[in-house]
Design a protein around this ligand. Structure first.
Ligand SMILES: *Cc1c(COP(=O)(O)O)cnc(C)c1O
Length: 404
């Protein structure tokens, strides 16, 4: 094993080709820095796609992993365990929710939310109430139900018949939602800031109006906070800054700080529809994942870290404005907290990927969100020095693209 040549070529030889990973293979990370096999250093503004909320190898997470790793890893849900109960209690205490369901990913959390919304509507209002409304460009995961609810047909087409009674309207288009919603609507599913779809914030009155429409038609409001949750926008959950409370909320990504875990949060009266045997997961709520997530949650859910996210947003916006003043390639920098998007202007339409590639060549990891947005989702505790160094590399990358 140890003398096997592990190269990028091996990926094409043994892996299913659904990903096209970068040429270099990272082997180690610390804080917001990552090193590849050749020892090349990267500043990480991608954060494992909004997952590594405390950077790489944060001592609180490493400590929790080691401690729990020597105690108990997995039991199945035939038994409960202390880390799951502690994390559940903390999530309930910190949010609108009264009940928590644990799983292993964002898609699984949304799958649970969708199944629960259907069950609840059928039990309380009858078998006709099954319509799910979601938004164009929304993203909710890759299981067949969640990808169908997601707002990009390209991701759900080509797999045969889709789960039925799922419809989409444009994000921020209240009239379209009004025209579609009815007493047959069981749930409206939305991201309180669209991530994958291009870092699109809801209009101030839109979210309130969606809530009111849901109430009028006895439809549940499901907030997918898989990307926005656990401090990403500067609030523990994004709904807290929007003046609207959902009925069901899903969390994953940053919840485990890099360890796979997902959660669905809801009220007790709604949760009652998931009676014993109606839904489940072998690994969901395992002690190892919950112990790490508890440490991540304790570390992030402090006034210092949450206020620090807003402060860091300021650092980014200030420097990005300077870069753009010089190179004129972005029409705006949008998003909230540490989920930010640089939007390509007229001249650079469709070329976000070139900025990502140039950044990588300069030793910087960034993300894109569609063809027109360069996305940053760094560690919530990234240092001033790491932000400065990363943005200096980003400026060099921008210069490369602009100067051809
Ligand atoms: C990433 C993401 C998901 C899917 O999460 P997985 O852990 O990849 O299943 C769902 N919803 C949103 C908003 C996301 O950003």
């Amino acid at each position: 094993m140890s003398d096997m040549a592990v190269t990028r070529e091996l990926f094409d030889q043994v892996m299913v080709p659904n990903y096209a990973p970068s040429g270099s293979i990272p082997v180690r990370g610390q804080g917001a820095r990552v090193w590849d096999q050749q020892g090349r250093e990267f500043i990480d503004f991608a954060g494992g796609i909004a997952v590594n909320c405390l950077g790489h190898c944060h001592p609180a997470l490493v400590g929790a992993l080691k401690e729990q790793g020597e105690k108990l890893w997995h039991l199945s849900n035939v038994w409960t365990n202390e880390p799951a109960l502690r994390l559940g209690k903390k999530l309930v205490d910190a949010t609108f929710a009264e009940r928590v369901y644990f799983c292993n990913s964002g898609a699984e959390a949304n799958e649970a939310a969708l199944k629960l919304a259907r069950r609840y509507a059928i039990e309380h209002h009858g078998p006709e109430k099954t319509q799910i409304i979601a938004f164009h460009q929304g993203f909710h995961g890759r299981t067949f139900f969640t990808v169908t609810v997601g707002g990009q047909a390209a991701y759900s087409d080509g797999f045969g018949p889709k789960p039925a009674d799922v419809e989409h309207v444009p994000y921020n288009d209240l009239d379209a939602l009004k025209a579609l919603i009815s007493d047959r609507t069981c749930a409206v599913v939305m991201e309180p800031l669209q991530g994958e779809g291009g870092i699109i914030s809801p209009n101030a009155d839109f979210v309130q109006a969606v809530r009111e429409l849901c109430d009028q038609h006895n439809a549940l409001l499901v907030f997918d906070e898989v990307q926005t949750g656990v401090g990403r926008t500067g609030a523990l959950y994004a709904y807290m800054d929007l003046g609207v409370t959902p009925d069901i909320l899903t969390s994953a990504k940053a919840l485990g700080g890099g360890f796979p875990i997902g959660a669905m949060l809801t009220r007790a009266d709604i949760a009652a529809s998931l009676k014993p045997g109606t839904h489940g997961s072998t690994y969901g709520g395992n002690p190892l994942a919950c112990a790490v997530a508890e440490a991540a949650f304790d570390t992030v859910n402090t006034p210092e870290v949450l206020a620090g996210v807003k402060e860091r947003e300021g650092w980014y916006r200030e420097d990005l404005a300077k870069i753009n003043a010089k190179y004129q390639c972005f029409s705006e920098v949008r998003g909230k907290g540490l989920l930010l998007g640089c939007v390509m202007n007229e001249q650079y339409q469709g070329r976000a990927k070139e900025f990502l590639q140039a950044a990588s060549e300069e030793g910087l990891m960034v993300l894109i969100a569609g063809a027109n947005v360069v996305r940053f989702a760094p560690s919530l505790v990234i240092t001033r020095e790491e932000v400065q160094e990363g943005l200096a590399r980003f400026e060099r990358a921008v210069a490369r693209v602009v100067n051809g």
